[in-house]
Design a protein around this ligand. Structure first.
Ligand code: CS2
Length: 475
């Protein structure tokens, strides 16, 4: 084993104190690491039971190593490998929703963390309200064994209330604006439909701190697994690979104050996380999505390769220049330096972050990543041609054909509807109008304001290709 592999000493695992919904690579490379560090520094029973809400793949991959897995820091100056042993079990919700509710209702569990991605909340991306017409939400109103993340939260909170237990703290770690308040609103809405007294209890006793999470963690590939096996000399079917950078800002508002010693692990505990969240969503995720659609269409497979193309590197800087006036810096943060650091992080050649991966679920991401910035920018009398071009590139992307005529595998809950709308139209101006009419993404007034600048960008993209359009128009 190479010298930089640190092994956790086999020993008794801490008792479970957290249930995590949505056990993807991100939380295993981020939240689990912070919780492990907090316990290493200060102890506490904060072992984690992970829950997959859809497939058994992660559970099956983690089982052979007893829920331990390898975390790999992709530092261009040398990888650092570490074993993370903080998971006590992994449950697969569709196989046994009852077991998930039992785990969440356990009095030892004081926090439920979530990374279920934007679409996992079953909300309307433009308004942030729970989508009561969503089939999973309709199911969860009518059935006591739920399928959706909000359904599990509400049904588990109901069990705790019935048993006379305190609620758990709901700690969402998804890239949604004011994510704690948003999830609280959705949980209360769903609880109200099931039992108004439950909703009142959650409103009074529940806690939903907002968080800002940040660590670039591409999906693990088969090649990654082989390479890490060769490095460590053991087989791990579920390693996570991520950048060195990591930032977690959390509002310090937990039920009964019960939480790991997050400060000891480097988490920023703050009174209000909104400024951090806005900055990160707009400056990082906004440019990430912009580079993903444009880079993908230009044939760039990863963000690092996109950034290695000078036209796109200049485009990234244009985007930050447009976004910065629409961001209020958190105390002590220099936005220009933040943007420069993002540039370096994106350019890290050790990170194979596919543009296709980031391009997923654009209908759920655009509002908080790009459209809010556009609204503020236009409202202040400024223009943002770079961001408008990003939205036009997304429109081109969701038509499902790339610039060479090849099919794009568009993954998005609205994929079919978007593709259908675009297919009925002839040219870019008509496609722009059709897609701007999707109110789940574009509120009417914003759509009206965006129509002219996005049409201009779309015409350039459709006629000359995205790379030429960027080179001509925005850099
Ligand atoms: C990315 C994020 O996939 C995406 O949409 O923009 O996952 C991004 O890598 C993280 O938010 C970084 O913290």
């Amino acid at each position: 084993m190479p010298a930089d592999v640190s092994e956790t000493v086999a020993g008794v695992r801490p008792a479970t104190g957290i249930v995590h919904l949505g056990l993807g690579a991100f939380f295993r490379g981020f939240g689990c690491v912070y919780v492990a560090d907090a316990m290493a520094a200060s102890g506490g029973d904060w072992g984690i039971v992970g829950v997959s809400l859809r497939s058994p793949a992660v559970r099956d991959a983690l089982r052979a190593r007893g829920w331990s897995y390898t975390s790999v820091v992709l530092d261009p100056d040398g990888e650092k490998i570490r074993d993370i042993s903080v998971l006590n079990d992994v449950l697969v919700a569709p196989e046994d929703p009852e077991a998930v509710l039992v785990a969440m209702a356990d009095p030892a569990v004081r926090i439920v963390t979530l990374t279920v991605t934007e679409k996992g909340y079953c909300h309307n991306p433009a308004t942030g309200a729970l989508n009561l017409a969503h089939p999973d939400i309709r199911h969860d109103i009518a059935n006591t064994l739920p399928v959706s993340a909000p359904g599990f939260l509400v049904r588990a909170l109901a069990r705790r209330r019935a048993a006379g237990r305190a609620p758990f703290t709901v700690l969402t770690c998804d890239n949604l604006p004011e994510n704690g308040r948003l999830v609280r609103g959705m949980v209360l809405e769903l609880a109200e439909r099931i039992d108004p007294a439950l909703a009142a209890w959650i409103a009074a006793e529940g806690r939903f701190p907002a968080t800002m999470v940040d660590r670039i963690t591409p999906a693990t590939t088969g090649d990654d697994i082989q390479r890490i096996d060769a490095l460590t000399g053991r087989h791990d079917a579920a390693p996570v690979l991520h950048e060195p950078f990591s930032q977690w800002a959390v509002e310090d508002d937990f039920v009964g104050g019960a939480r790991p010693d997050f400060e000891a692990a480097g988490v920023e505990m703050v009174a209000n996380v909104t400024a951090h969240e806005h900055m990160k969503l707009r400056m990082l995720n906004g440019t990430h999505s912009a580079l993903a659609y444009t880079g993908y269409l230009a044939g760039h497979e990863t963000i690092a390769r996109t950034m290695a193309d000078p036209v796109f590197a200049a485009y990234a800087r244009t985007l930050w220049a447009e976004i910065m006036p629409a961001v209020t810096a958190p105390e002590g943060v220099d936005l220009a330096a933040y943007a420069e650091a993002l540039f370096e992080r994106y350019a890290n050649p050790a990170i194979q972050h596919r543009t296709w991966q980031i391009a997923m679920d654009g209908s759920q991401k655009l509002p908080q990543r790009i459209l809010g910035t556009l609204r503020d920018t236009l409202g202040a009398g400024r223009t943002a041609p770079g961001l408008c071009l990003a939205v036009a590139a997304w429109m081109r992307y969701v038509t499902g054909r790339d610039e060479a005529g090849a099919e794009i595998d568009v993954r998005d809950p609205l994929a079919e509807r978007l593709r259908g709308l675009a297919a009925e139209e002839e040219g870019p101006a008509e496609i722009v109008a059709a897609l701007l009419s999707v109110e789940d993404i574009f509120p009417d007034d914003l759509a009206a304001e965006l129509r002219a600048p996005i049409t201009t960008a779309a015409e350039a993209i459709w006629s000359r290709g995205v790379r030429a359009a960027i080179a001509e128009r925005v850099t």
